[in-house]
Design a protein around this ligand. Structure first.
Ligand SMILES: [Zn+2]
Length: 412
């Protein structure tokens, strides 16, 4: 039996229309959460759903949805979606492609008159990218959004409250967006890979095994500030040299002993910071990621040991501050199987792979089985105006999402 496919022509026209909302050419896509352009994209989404005869809703966290009810009004819901907001000067595919694919899936299911055991809901989550808080809409829906998070959002509390007011949201009403977990059967998110693995291996579909956890540290090295012209090279306690040794040591360790993991020193500050003064102090922003929680613990121990060893070698004092840990989130085996089977049905090559970036799916995993479909990112570029995925890869992804959603509506 040939599988149901999306309407590729309609999908391509919609992709072009959505891509244009907030597009600033050389400035990239400016569609940050709750901005005017973001509101335009969300209105466009509801209008396209209504034009297809689908009921829509907006919850009290501003999440926008298009629905296909099941025959049984008591049926649970399979959520499909991602986010229409972008980072400043971002790309056109991060998040938006997942929402558009979800919209096309619910339209096709509705048009085909399929009677499914689960209701389907294409959803656009509010502020995934963190203009104000990050994964705000999905946290409100799952009920994990805390008052502590709302008290100190990374975008600033005043700015967040101002944006809420413009969008007609209130802090007090966010709690009403919470769904009873028993009503959510699962969540399926299509997303661009945002890395080069699929393109490099020439694979069409990524079946995401899980979202990597992260352990982050601030490392402070203390040596001695001395005259850079008069102090002999072998008599220096140079915090800058220590920082360099840690950067290289961490990279070597991960590449040698932790295949499948990543680590990064993303920021280094040297003080006093002058041509002619040996640096007395270095601060490093160090993080590492793994798909496995136990491995993350071992990895975090190993990289902090490298830091301590290098500090000792260069006669520096060291302080390591733990600044955050996010547990890895595995996807559900049934959802992975449904994605692989759908790719197979459409004759598409597919591979299991972890997600290095965070997504709404990791929040939904708190209450329901989740899975993610990845499509290739040209050059691995993301959060940049050059972010691109070919139309054929977008169509392939939408077909896999459609096939997986239909299968999961039978099995979840
Ligand atoms: Zn995204």
């Amino acid at each position: 039996m040939t599988p149901l496919t999306i309407d590729a022509e309609r999908f391509a026209a919609d992709l072009a229309a959505l891509n244009a909302i907030g597009w600033d050419g050389d400035g990239g896509l400016n569609r940050t959460a709750l901005s005017d352009a973001h509101a335009d994209a969300r209105r466009w989404f509801l209008a396209r759903a209504n034009a297809a005869g689908l009921p829509t809703r907006v919850d009290s966290a501003g999440n926008h949805s298009a629905l296909v009810p099941a025959a049984d009004p008591a049926a649970r819901t399979l959520l499909l979606g991602s986010h229409l907001d972008s980072v400043p000067h971002g790309g056109r595919f991060d998040g938006a492609l997942g929402v558009l694919c979800a919209l096309e899936v619910v339209r096709r299911v509705h048009e085909a008159g399929l009677e499914l055991a689960l209701a389907l809901e294409a959803i656009d989550f509010t502020d995934e990218e963190g203009e104000y808080l990050g994964t705000l809409g999905s946290e409100a829906l799952t009920g994990v959004l805390t008052s502590e998070r709302l008290a100190a959002p990374r975008g600033g509390r005043e700015a967040m409250l101002g944006a809420f007011q413009r969008a007609g949201l209130t802090e007090a009403e966010l709690v009403h967006a919470r769904r009873d977990p028993h009503t959510v059967a699962g969540f399926l998110e299509l997303h661009i890979e945002q890395g080069p693995a699929l393109e490099r291996s020439g694979t069409q579909i990524g079946v995401v095994t899980g979202i990597r956890g992260n352990a982050s540290f601030t490392v402070t090295l203390t040596g001695a500030a001395r005259h850079a012209g008069t102090t002999p090279m072998d008599a220096r306690r140079d915090a800058g040299v220590g920082a360099a040794a840690i950067i290289l040591g961490v990279r070597e360790l991960v590449m040698r002993d932790f295949p499948g993991c990543v680590a990064n020193v993303g920021d280094v500050t040297l003080q006093p910071g002058a041509f002619n003064v040996v640096p007395a102090r270095a601060r490093l922003a160090l993080e590492c990621r793994s798909l496995d929680d136990d491995e993350l613990t071992v990895l975090a121990d190993a990289i902090t040991t490298v830091a301590r060893d290098q500090a000792a070698r260069h006669d520096l004092e060291i302080a390591i501050e733990d600044v955050g840990r996010w547990t890895p989130v595995p996807t559900d085996a049934r959802v992975r199987a449904a994605i692989s089977a759908a790719a197979q049905e459409h004759g598409l090559s597919h591979v299991e792979m972890p997600s290095g970036a965070g997504h709404d799916a990791q929040v939904l995993a708190e209450i329901a089985p989740v899975g993610m479909v990845f499509v290739p990112s040209v050059g691995g570029i993301s959060h940049h105006r050059d972010e691109f995925t070919s139309l054929q890869d977008c169509v392939n992804g939408a077909n896999v999402l459609l096939g997986a959603a239909i299968a999961l509506a039978r099995t979840l």
